[in-house]
Design a protein around this ligand. Structure first.
Ligand code: GDP
Length: 200
């Protein structure tokens, strides 16, 4: 499950512009600021890879990274910019939805969820939408190194609440992994998990 080589292949504005070579792919999705670029950099151990546009209002793109010339890691636009309330809904784009529903080579969505904050409605909605549409997902909890003092909940408590909510409300029980880009926690687990899903 080692990453030996990563190549940025290109950005697609529409799902139909994505690579057509049928290699398996994993799409990374999450609220903006969830730690997606950090996690991509941690996975590929290369600082300059995740050069995705982060400013709201810029053209949103589907970015394909080819790993070991055999599978794709796909960086999708973050949802729910705090200063763009109209995007804070699951119609954050028909564009991303179109990608999920039509991309036959998609092995699983890696739904990134910030473990340093309590469950957020937009993330729960996203998990629900993916579940209802039978799209395979893995919950990738980020920032698990962040210990909150005072009244804040600890990452493990936030993770447990998130899982209880989706299991109770939507009857979905996706696999999950705890990660931290600061400490490298979960990096190898996530790579192994993806290799198992590819070979399944
Ligand atoms: P993106 O918008 O999802 O691509 O998020 P970024 O990767 O840019 O991260 C957003 C913020 O969270 C930055 O300030 C990062 O330094 C911080 N961050 C990302 N990952 C971690 C993590 O694992 N632990 C901690 N403590 N902070 C993180």
């Amino acid at each position: 499950s080692k990453i030996k080589q990563v190549e940025f292949v290109g950005s697609s504005v529409r799902p139909k512009d994505c690579p057509k070579d049928e290699r398996p792919e994993f799409a990374m999705l999450g609220r903006s600021n969830v730690g997606k670029s950090s996690l991509i950099n941690t996975l590929v151990r290369k600082k300059e890879v995740a050069l995705t546009s982060k400013k709201p209002g810029k053209t949103q793109l589907i970015n394909h990274f080819l790993v070991n010339k055999s599978w794709y890691l796909v960086d999708l636009p973050g949802y729910g910019f705090a200063n763009a309330p109209e995007s804070a809904r699951m119609d954050w784009s028909s564009f991303t939805k179109g990608y999920f529903l039509n991309r036959e080579t998609l092995v699983a969505v890696l739904l990134l969820v910030d473990a340093s904050v309590p469950p957020q409605k937009i993330d729960l909605d996203c998990a629900n939408w993916l579940g209802r549409n039978n799209i395979a997902m893995t919950l990738v909890f980020t920032k698990c190194d962040k210990m909150k003092g005072g009244k804040g909940k600890r990452p493990d408590e936030n993770i447990k609440s998130f899982q209880e909510l989706i299991s109770r409300n939507y009857k979905i029980h996706p696999p999950w992994i705890m990660t931290s880009s600061s400490t490298g926690l979960g990096r190898d687990d996530l790579l192994l998990h993806m290799s198992q899903l590819r070979n399944y």
